[in-house]
Design a protein around this ligand. Structure first.
Ligand code: HAM
Length: 423
């Protein structure tokens, strides 16, 4: 029997995992710069949290959750997204005490039972931010700014922000009625899923992936003309703030987002390199969710992005064309006595450097070849001759220059070479 990774999941192998680390580091540094502290929440939660939070009429809750019963018969679900769990934690730990703004970031796997294709998986990684506790449109602008800054930091060009509004409980009932009225005569042209959406929540029809449905929806009325005064003014302020910060964006009136919790600003950042699955990240304001999940009424705004997709685009754009960084040092030895001494040297150097060595008793030539293949920056060689003289050869692998260095001085000599190489 041959086991394979389950459909829609993938192994991130050592030759690729450095790319993931680079993205994760860029994300954490950007999040630190914007003042978002890290939160780690469970990978599974009570099913009801997601059903209530994301919404019963969404595709995620209706068709895509990995739900199971534990041994005591409790219904649990692998998190399909991060926001509901973060809000649950915010309420559980009274993080909003004293009316402060809570800004958190997270990075980890999410699970959705979707049809796998390029850029769409059943286990995928998201980076995410949530700012809970302010109605200020400057928070929306900050989160959009963050989304663009992260891609800039990674060197990605061509990403574009699209924004829209989801309205609020004051203005959406009238919009839903208007949508129903306009779409009623065309209902026969929609797929069976959309006809269910029409009854439950007509705005969810915009989530459909069927071309025919989308073509009919192209002429549907825009939510922007139905916004209440408060939502319209909020939208104007977000646009003005983005413009003031010289951030480029377009208005996308057909964007609906696939989760029910949004109010006011919604946005996505797309990249043309991704084809059909072109959203690198998406988010928006969710002013009702904290109360909906049992907390005090607290406005909030957030975003999450797909790391798998981001890496696909970065690869396509040649941003990983340089190779995986090699070890700082390779320690090569010849003979048993030198090997023992080499082991002690490796242990000493590993305190603050990455160090590789040979454990297979290979010839010096084979070890030097390996050091070159790994792209070690410095090589330390201890052979029988060096041992007799109490020295090691310290070689700069780039310039090929080398010196005999007394054994005790090797760490300092290696440090000097690496510092010079690091500039
Ligand atoms: P979302 O749009 O469902 O929003 O997902 C955010 C991002 O996750 C997408 O733009 C996409 O890059 C990535 N993604 C989603 N599904 C998949 C998949 N099956 N395979 C690969 N990547 C995927 C949310 O999850 C919200 N929690 C965002 C948010 C945070 N809103 C407020 N705060």
């Amino acid at each position: 029997m041959k086991y394979k990774a389950p459909r829609g999941t993938r192994d991130i192998l050592p030759e690729d995992s450095w790319k993931w680390r680079r993205v994760e580091t860029a994300f954490r540094e950007t999040a630190d710069g914007f003042g978002y502290r890290e939160i780690r929440v469970p990978i599974f939660e009570e099913t009801d949290l997601f059903a209530r939070g994301i919404g019963d009429s969404t595709d995620i809750v209706r068709k895509e959750m990995y739900t199971f019963e534990d041994r005591k018969g409790r219904s649990l679900t692998l998190r399909p997204e991060g926001t509901a769990g973060v809000v649950r934690s915010f309420i559980e730990h009274s993080m909003g005490r004293g009316g402060r703004l809570t800004k958190v970031h997270y990075f980890g796997p999410m699970f959705r039972y979707e049809r796998p294709q390029a850029g769409r998986y059943r286990q995928f990684w998201q980076w995410g931010l949530e700012a809970i506790g302010s109605t200020n449109p400057a928070v929306d602008a900050e989160i959009i700014h963050f989304s663009i800054s992260l891609h800039d930091r990674l060197g990605l060009t061509g990403a574009e922000a699209r924004i829209n509004s989801a309205g609020c409980p004051t203005c959406t009932p009238a919009y839903n009625e208007l949508l129903r009225k306009e779409l009623a005569p065309k209902l026969d042209g929609f797929c069976s899923d959309c006809r269910v959406r029409y009854e439950r929540n007509p705005r969810r029809m915009f989530d459909c992936k069927n071309e025919t449905c989308l073509a009919i929806l192209a002429s549907a009325p825009s939510i922007l003309s139905s916004l209440c005064e408060e939502c319209a003014s909020h939208f104007e302020q977000v646009k003005a703030l983005l413009g003031g910060a010289k951030l480029k964006f377009t208005i996308d009136e057909s964007m609906a987002r696939g989760l029910d919790y949004y109010t006011k600003t919604i946005f996505e950042v797309h990249h043309p390199g991704l084809g059909a699955q072109s959203a690198l990240c998406g988010g928006g304001r969710y002013d009702e969710l904290v109360e909906e999940l049992g907390g005090d009424a607290t406005p909030a705004c957030g975003v999450s992005g797909g790391v798998d997709r981001l890496i696909i685009v970065l690869e396509e754009q040649g941003l990983f064309d340089e190779e995986e960084p090699g070890p700082d040092v390779y320690v090569a030895t010849v003979g048993d006595e030198a090997e023992a001494l080499g082991a002690a040297l490796v242990a000493r150097l590993r305190g603050d450097r990455s160090v590789e060595t040979d454990y297979r008793g290979r010839s010096l030539k084979a070890q030097m070849k390996e050091a070159g293949k790994l792209r070690a920056r410095v090589c330390v060689i201890v052979g029988e001759d060096e041992l007799a003289r109490g020295v090691a050869v310290v070689r700069d692998m780039e310039t090929r220059g080398q010196d005999d260095v007394p054994l005790d001085d090797v760490p300092a000599a290696v440090g000097r070479l690496l510092e010079r190489a690091e500039g």
